[in-house]
Write a protein that binds this ligand. Structure first.
Ligand code: MIC
Ligand code: SF4
Length: 675
């Protein structure tokens, strides 16, 4: 039968022996929701999730990673206010050398941007310990975000298990108008689909509108597809992809990737690019969308351009085109963080950087920086326009600031006017990428950057350290700083639990609420006992002290819809686990967080009847009885509230996941021979 591109790549990578439930035959339609096992070609980690991932990898006890390619990036924790960050960097570099990984040094850029530039390959699978790993879908990869432990297993040659996603088609027609960009496409998808609309789905883009989008534009869309809760997003690999890879000096990595003629999607949405307007995600969630037109005239105090979503050369060019000859408005602070060293070099050699400096932009490091609250926090009650992907309350470092997520064009326009402004109303020359500048540069038709100059920017001059030969790697000593502590074991599994509800939370709790990022907490990522003190503090400052007073006794948490949205950080499972959380009962979960909870032995349950949420109060006691029977036989969970009222919870836990829970987490399951 005719298959979608996603299904084609998935089928190429199915480990049939590890999916006994689906009796896999090539070309069949895999039932949606069934547990599938995928061979992973490439992995990536970043430093904030990497230390835990490699501590776990070390315990697997193999001499070298078994993937085609694995890369360890340093991009998140580059603030280095004390020894902890750099100790982590040195640990990660020594691990990379010992176990056969590429190592991308601090300053080389944000993992997703650099991976797209240097390593991504159409048609391959990529698993990354960062939720924005789907950026790789911009060049036709099945690129999925996961917890560090899942990535460690993949580096050890294990398959990645996930429910077979539904495949949603997004048909693009027409062409983007002036002042409207790829960011507005994904904001439009978010407006229609919401932050939980993509749970259990892949968004596959097709239609005549695709051809007009450059690879960095496509990557903006697949990147922020993470905010839909989607497993990943993907574009076909075509001539534009070939051109992009050629500009990176690796045309040999290109292959055409497209859906079969007549492929059928589980649902199709259509976006006419001709009709699209500039949009903004308003405080405090990425799906609270309004048009920039409606917001026009609203005062702005800060503008930041950067993050893995919008920090490419195309993005910087768009900004430069708009701000050229102007100055950042009084009362506005503007910053720009190019996504990678390659982008920064190209911006510098082509004059784009000069334009930005002249306009008064503060040039920030090529790293995540302000996106996760590492500097450049807005003023009290400030209004900040950011080209990023997340605007959860407090993530910027200023709790009462209003963060709007916008395109580079909208951010640039506001930076010079000081108010929300539709870029199309300003007088500026179209940015060069629209005129296919990369193509003309490569053909030697553009005078600003010659082909040899582009290739000199895109060549790795030592910022990516290649793996050592295995013979030499044996002698490498792993360097461990004093803040790097082993990952604590999970609590032992029990079939019957009596759990006080230590916290009752609302809808859309993000992993930033469960375990904040930011300059104060991030340095503790390698030290679970210390970082656990910040567990759930965004929702309840007393959570840790109350847990301590209870001697970290077993307990549970109750939540609303989409619990655990956002990042892949497994610290949002490890922190609660360390403090005694044994089960979390919600109306629904975000995909990666649910998998992380299972990996660390916390049982995720969803109310069969969502109104049962209202029957439970903080402080109540929930009795979970005969979990063995539910987990082994797939029966619904029975929950007794305060010894009186019994309710049912859905048991949608795959049989391998049930075994992981009963083994006391994924590490214990793997040690016991599970795969
Ligand atoms: C994020 O954007 O929230 C992060 C920081 O990149 C996280 C990873 C982490 O918490 O280390 C993510 O997206 O997975
Ligand atoms: Fe880094 Fe922000 Fe991207 Fe996360 S979303 S990887 S913090 S730039």
């Amino acid at each position: 039968m005719a298959l979608t591109l996603s299904e084609k790549i998935i089928q190429e990578h199915i480990v049939a022996a590890a999916c006994p439930n689906i009796n896999f035959k090539k070309g069949m339609q895999i039932p949606r929701g069934e547990d599938i096992a995928l061979k992973i070609d490439q992995t990536l980690t970043q430093d904030a999730t990497g230390t835990m991932a490699y501590l776990q990898f070390e315990t697997i006890g193999i001499p070298r990673v078994k993937t085609e390619l694995s890369v360890s990036y340093i991009d998140h924790n580059t603030l280095q206010t004390d020894f902890k960050n750099m100790d982590d960097h040195r640990y990660l570099q020594s691990v990379a050398q010992k176990y056969g990984l590429y190592f991308s040094r601090p300053g080389n850029g944000i993992c997703h941007q650099v991976h797209l530039e240097f390593f991504g390959k159409p048609g391959k699978t990529l698993l990354g310990s960062d939720s924005h790993t789907p950026t790789g879908g911009g060049i036709g990869m099945i690129a999925i975000g996961a917890g560090g432990l899942d990535v460690a297993v993949a580096m050890g040659g294990g398959a990645f298990h996930t429910p077979m996603p539904k495949i949603f088609g997004v048909k693009l027609t027409g062409k983007l108008k002036r002042g409207v960009s790829a960011k507005d496409i994904i904001l439009e998808v978010l407006r229609r689909e919401t932050v939980k609309g993509g749970t259990g789905a892949i968004y596959e883009y097709f239609g005549e509108g695709v051809a007009s989008l450059t690879v960095p534009q496509r990557a903006t869309i697949t990147n922020m597809g993470a905010e839909l809760g989607a497993t990943c997003s993907i574009f076909p690999s075509d001539e534009k992809t070939k051109n992009f890879l050629e500009s990176m000096g690796r045309v040999q990595d290109w292959s055409e990737q497209k859906a079969d003629e007549g492929a059928v999607y589980d649902k199709t949405i259509e976006i006419n690019l001709d009709e699209l307007e500039a949009l903004a995600a308003c405080p405090h969630n990425p799906d609270v969308i309004d048009s920039v037109k409606n917001l026009s005239g609203k005062k702005v105090t800060q503008v930041v351009i950067g993050s893995c979503t919008n920090s490419s050369l195309d993005d910087l060019e768009s900004v430069a085109a708009i701000v050229k000859g102007h100055h950042v408005a009084p009362g506005v602070e503007a910053g720009i963080a190019p996504g990678s060293r390659t982008t920064l070099l190209m911006a510098s050699k082509s004059g784009i950087l000069e334009t930005l400096i002249e306009a008064g932009f503060r040039i920030l490091e090529s790293a995540c920086g302000p996106c996760l609250g590492q500097g450049f926090a807005p003023n009290s009650k400030g209004v900040t326009l950011r080209t990023f992907n997340r605007n959860f309350k407090g993530r910027s470092g200023t709790t009462d600031a209003d963060v709007y997520l916008v395109s580079p064009e909208t951010a640039a326009a506001a930076s010079i006017t000081g108010v929300f402004t539709e870029a199309k109303t300003l007088d500026y020359e179209d940015p060069a990428y629209i005129k296919e500048v990369r193509v003309s540069m490569l053909e030697g038709k553009d005078s600003r950057l010659s082909k040899s100059m582009i290739l000199s920017c895109t060549t790795n001059h030592g910022m990516i350290v290649p793996p050592l030969e295995q013979e030499k790697a044996k002698d490498i000593e792993i360097i461990r700083g004093p803040n790097i502590k082993p990952c604590p074991p999970c609590r032992e599994y029990k079939s019957n639990l009596n759990l006080p509800v230590r916290l009752k939370a609302q809808d859309n709790v993000s992993t930033d609420d469960i375990m904040p990022a930011g300059a104060k907490v991030l340095p503790l990522r390698s030290n679970i006992p210390e970082i656990s003190k910040f567990t759930l503090t965004r929702l309840d400052e007393t959570f840790y002290t109350r847990s301590e007073q209870e001697n970290f006794a077993d307990c549970c948490v109750v939540g609303g819809e989409n619990y655990g949205q956002g990042s892949s950080r497994e610290h949002a499972a490890l922190g609660p686990m360390y403090l005694g959380v044994r089960a979390i009962i919600t109306k629904s979960f975000a995909r990666i967080h649910k998998a992380n909870l299972i990996n660390y032995g916390i049982i995720p349950m969803t109310f069969k009847n969502p109104t049962d949420y209202d029957r439970i109060n903080q402080g109540d006691t929930l009795e979970l009885k005969d979990l063995d029977d539910s987990l082994m036989n797939g029966k619904p969970f029975k929950v007794l509230i305060n010894g009186k009222t019994e309710i049912e919870c859905v048991n949608d836990i795959a049989s391998r996941s049930a075994q992981i829970l009963m083994a006391g987490g994924l590490a214990a399951y793997t040690r016991k021979g599970g795969n």
